[in-house]
Design a protein around this ligand. Structure first.
Ligand code: FES
Ligand code: FES
Length: 166
């Protein structure tokens, strides 16, 4: 049964009515009209739906909306703007990361959360943070380079072995 809920997303409070078990992803898209978190698998296996909750990257497709009431929810729209992009958004452009763009939300939100926790992560830490995120276009190396750039390091990593992925 639908219940009243209040969600704070990108600094704005949304008063909505929804089933408390409804996944946050659906509530963000359907009730709040925020379409940046993507539906990929719906099973916590691709990361396309990632948002930050109190600064941590979470999979919104398997997170009940009611469980994040009173917390700070951030979508990619709250990360930066075209005029004032987050350093990782700028690095994404500089490194020409996106191909189809389906995975971009998940990698950006997860990468930005990593940079908050570890301001200068090494490639091993970056790969650990990104494990479980899927990019079917194979942009993994350029994503790692973008995160290195956004953290003020040389964006020259080529991987440690042939065929190695993030
Ligand atoms: S849609 Fe949530 S992890 Fe794939
Ligand atoms: S850019 Fe296409 S899935 Fe990653």
């Amino acid at each position: 049964m639908a219940e009243r809920m209040s969600l704070k997303v990108d600094g704005k409070v949304h008063a909505i009515e929804a089933d408390p078990a409804k996944p946050l992803l659906y509530v963000l898209r359907d009730e709040c009209g925020l379409n940046n978190p993507r539906f990929g698998c719906g099973l916590a296996q691709c990361g396309a739906c990632t948002v930050q909750v109190d600064g941590k990257a979470i999979r919104s497709c398997v997170t009940p909306a009611s469980s994040v009431q009173g917390m700070e929810i951030t979508t990619i729209a709250g990360l930066g703007t075209p005029a004032n992009p987050h350093p990782l958004q700028q690095a994404y452009l500089d490194q020409q990361v996106p191909q189809c763009g389906m995975c971009t939300n998940g990698f950006l939100m997860t990468g930005a959360a990593l940079l908050k926790e570890i301001p200068r992560p090494d490639p091993h830490q970056i790969r650990g943070a990104l494990s479980g995120l899927k990019c079917r276009c194979g942009t993994h190396l350029s994503i790692i380079r973008a995160i290195l750039q956004a953290s003020g390091q040389k964006a020259e990593w080529e991987g440690h072995g042939e065929g190695e992925e993030a």
